[in-house]
Design a protein around this ligand. Structure first.
Ligand SMILES: Cc1ncc(COP(=O)(O)O)c(C=O)c1O
Length: 397
């Protein structure tokens, strides 16, 4: 645990956006983190659904070390072999024609929104510029992303945001239909809502949106920053639902810890982005794209995705069992290794700190839910170890 002096110093010199936890990590190995005093933590948070390969993964670490010795940063005007390899690798496993690499999830969302608006206004005229988004959604902290976030507290203090945005109800097709008009350029949503509480979209809702977008020539944007890259048991969340969006946003698990994001789309949309209309200095640099290719190759190895589904189910079953025995947890939900349950024992943030003390990292989300998003390499044994710590912590509440 970190001492008070360390936390005071951190809060003094770092702009205070996180509310730091009382711990200081020294290293990670596999699915475990170790603090500066040598305490071990089982990580069910994975850097907020990022570290899909865990820590110090031998293949990942070797690839990045090799690349940093060779060429760590290129010039964005030069399409180096690493960027091409990453693009080929990710396009080959998806339904899209083109990809743009950036550095964060919010930047991927910005790119997709800009692409949709440029396509819509160039194809249908300036009036077709509106975005429909979902209540309780989360898309990042930049001004464009904030404009399509359906949780007021994230927007407080930053308004006025983009004009022409309209908020619909998640999983309520009629509410979307009421807001769609000839002015709608795009509908943006998370197929599985993350920060909003781990709420999967219903298949009927997503298929209804797909049909609506086809009927009115609207771009359907899936923000898979949190639910994509294997997290729910398919590489892309849209595969789980059996439909394809027009544009998709990725980050987090895409680089498994190296800061990289991307958006992809069909050429119908992405061809409207031309030199000068978008860009990113670091986006897709050789280290970032080495991370992308390495991560995808690992995920495609036999058994990797089976593990996400199998161990994810062990976690979900275990959470359900705990919820049956304790009234402190309820409403277990989620897919693959993107799971949550409502916490009924007071503020969930206090419970998160209690778990930390007991050697388990979990996260919060939604109104008062515990979120479980471990590295995708978690084994059944480790899943049970974490569930036991969770149970023990609940008993202490
Ligand atoms: C669905 C979703 N979109 C976008 C973002 C923003 O990603 P970043 O923090 O990398 O900008 C997040 C981050 O949590 C997210 O969950």
């Amino acid at each position: 645990m970190a001492d008070a002096g360390f936390l005071d110093h951190a809060n003094d010199i770092l702009i205070n956006v996180y509310g730091f936890w009382p711990v200081q990590m020294a290293k990670g190995k596999g699915v475990y983190l170790y603090d500066t005093e040598g305490h071990k933590y089982l990580d069910f948070g994975a850097g907020i659904a990022v570290n899909n390969l865990g820590y110090a993964h031998p293949v990942y670490t070797k690839a990045l070390k090799k690349q940093i010795d060779k060429l760590h940063m290129g010039l964005c005007y030069i399409a180096d072999e690493k960027r091409i390899a990453a693009a080929e690798t990710i396009l080959a496993i998806s339904e899209f024609d083109q990809v743009f690499f950036c550095s964060t999830g919010a930047e991927a969302v910005e790119g997709a929104l800009k692409t949709a608006r440029k396509w819509a206004t160039e194809t249908h005229g300036a009036d077709k510029h509106e975005f429909v988004y979902m209540k309780n959604s989360f898309h990042g902290r930049t001004m464009g992303a904030l404009s399509v976030i359906g949780q007021q507290h994230y927007r407080d203090g930053f308004e006025p945001l983009l004009q022409g945005t309209r908020m619909a109800e998640f999983n309520n097709l009629d509410s979307v239909k009421k807001l769609v008009s000839a002015k709608t350029a795009a509908i943006i949503l998370e197929p599985v809502m993350g920060e909003g509480g781990i709420i999967p979209a219903t298949p009927e809702f997503l298929h209804g949106l797909r049909a609506l977008c086809d009927e009115h020539d609207i771009a359907l944007i899936f923000d898979e920053v949190q639910c994509g890259m294997g997290r729910i048991g398919e590489i892309f969340a849209y595969e789980h639902y059996g439909l394809v969006p027009d544009l998709i946003c990725l980050a987090k698990g895409l680089g498994a810890g190296f800061p990289v994001g991307a958006y992809m789309g069909k050429k119908k949309f992405t061809s409207h982005i031309t030199p000068g209309s978008h860009g990113s200095t670091y986006g897709g640099n050789p280290l970032a794209t080495t991370a992308v290719t390495t991560v995808i190759k690992e995920m495609l190895k036999p058994g990797f995705m089976d593990n996400v589904n199998k161990v994810g189910q062990v976690l979900k079953d275990g959470l359900e069992e705990i919820a049956r025995d304790s009234n402190l947890l309820s409403n277990v939900r989620g897919l693959g290794m993107l799971l949550a349950a409502d916490y009924n024992g007071g503020p969930v943030k206090d419970f998160v700190k209690k778990c930390l003390k007991n050697g388990l990292i979990v996260l919060s989300c939604g109104e008062n839910a515990v979120r479980i998003v471990p590295p995708l390499i978690l084994t059944e044994k480790q899943a049970k170890e974490g569930l036991a710590i969770l149970k023990k912590t609940l008993a202490q509440v």
